[in-house]
Design a protein around this ligand. Structure first.
Ligand SMILES: Cc1ncc(COP(=O)(O)O)c(C=O)c1O
Length: 390
């Protein structure tokens, strides 16, 4: 059976070059980077090289990069680390209503411990209005956290503008760049961010490794207490093979990023246009152009996202109904609800996220298969029949 993977926002394949780079660090080069002998120092040198690569792709300094276990940890670290280190200055944090759970949940955690959180609304296309950020700031605001691009709908937020406001008001600014790092150009100075989260498995690297950029001078509480690793900010023996794989993935992404976006944008638009031409009662979620080059999110009326997903899977097509974490839950996506979609429409959502190796024939295959699935499912929907007859 033909197999088409269109769920790259959930995770990407691990690049064979990444695996090749990692292998020696499971065998000959197994040393603990904290050891002073040659085995240890080989590991230490390898992770420092990766630190430089990540810093260079962000326009940052190597000492501003802290390795973590992934995007979730980076976000937890950013929010809790900044909150606890700055609570003497204030207790107010501003975020958006469409953040990933890895930001929303730490915010809820902090809320229970006395911090006050403002969840800013977004417009119909998922954009945060920088003016809203400005108006919400109080003299107790210590942190702003707005994601770079949304993982469900692909909308790219006005981070540089929000960053300017944060800088002017001297408030720390964090962005979750898990969906953009290695895909779109990022410069921490141009975006005016103090904290930025990234994760390797979204850019063809291994799972379970990520990093947090922390601008020099940012007051942050340590996340893990133990040894001296990561300048005592995140103790625990470094995951050397994964970090080395992350470095290789970053190196490859640096060389391919521009051409990949150029290739994916027309494929994305072909898929959107094709769905609209072939299926009636469809709504695109997210902004039409201020959007990740690989993201298509549509709500198809009178059908359940889960049913479409299972039917697509039987035809060899992997997609998603929202974020990977929520696709096993029956709650409608908080992101789609924030855009103003009804719970019914939110339930009929499908997300296709293209990747480096997606071909035009993959898109053609989806456009051949999806309309048939929708027709079949709608033929079983009493609501659809009522609509047609009425
Ligand atoms: C925007 C965003 N933030 C954070 C995460 C969590 O990253 P990780 O899986 O590396 O913990 C994800 C993963 O889906 C994401 O899309």
């Amino acid at each position: 059976m033909k197999r088409v993977y269109l769920d790259h926002a959930a995770t990407t394949t691990t690049d064979p070059e990444v695996i090749k780079a990692m292998l020696p660090y499971f065998t000959d080069r197994f040393g603990n980077p904290s050891s002073i002998h040659t085995f240890g120092q080989e590991g230490k040198a390898a992770i420092e090289e990766v630190r430089e690569k990540i810093a260079s792709l962000l326009g940052a300094k190597p000492e501003e990069i802290i390795f973590t276990s992934g995007g979730t940890e980076s976000n937890n670290f950013a929010l809790k680390g900044a909150a606890y280190a700055n609570e003497h200055k204030g207790d107010h944090i501003i975020t958006s209503s469409i953040e990933h759970h890895a930001v929303i949940e730490p915010c809820k955690f902090l809320e229970k411990r006395g911090f006050k959180i403002t969840y800013l609304p977004v417009d119909k296309e998922g954009l945060v209005n920088p003016e809203d950020v400005k108006k919400t700031i109080t003299d107790k605001t210590i942190l702003i956290s707005v994601m770079h691009a949304n993982n469900e709908i692909g909308t790219i937020e006005p981070i540089a503008e929000i960053g300017r406001i944060a800088e002017e008001k001297e408030i720390y600014f964090h962005t979750d760049a898990v969906q953009t790092f290695g895909h779109l150009p990022i410069n921490v100075d141009e975006l005016n961010v103090d904290l930025l989260s990234v994760s390797a498995h979204k850019l063809y690297g291994p799972k379970g490794v990520g990093a947090l950029y922390v601008r020099k001078g940012t007051r942050m509480a340590s996340f893990m207490h133990g040894g001296d690793q990561e300048r005592r900010r995140r103790a625990s023996t470094e995951n050397v093979p994964a970090i080395v794989g992350f470095g290789k993935a970053v190196e490859i992404a640096k060389g391919m990023m521009g051409e990949e976006a150029e290739k994916l944008t027309p494929l994305r638009d072909k898929l959107i246009k094709g769905i609209f031409e072939r299926i009636e009662h469809v709504r695109l979620s997210g902004h039409l152009t201020i959007r990740l080059p690989n993201n298509v999110n549509v709500s198809i009326e009178f059908v359940e996202g889960e049913s479409m997903l299972l039917n697509l899977d039987m035809e060899g097509i992997a997609a998603s109904t929202g974020s990977a974490c929520s696709s096993s839950s029956l709650e409608p996506s908080h992101v789609l609800l924030s855009l103003g979609l009804s719970p019914e429409l939110a339930h009929g959502s499908l997300r296709f996220t293209l990747g480096r190796y997606t071909k035009e024939e993959d898109i053609d295959y989806v456009l051949e298969v999806l309309p048939k699935i929708v027709t079949k499912l709608r033929s079983m929907s009493p609501l659809y029949k009522e609509r047609r007859n009425g």
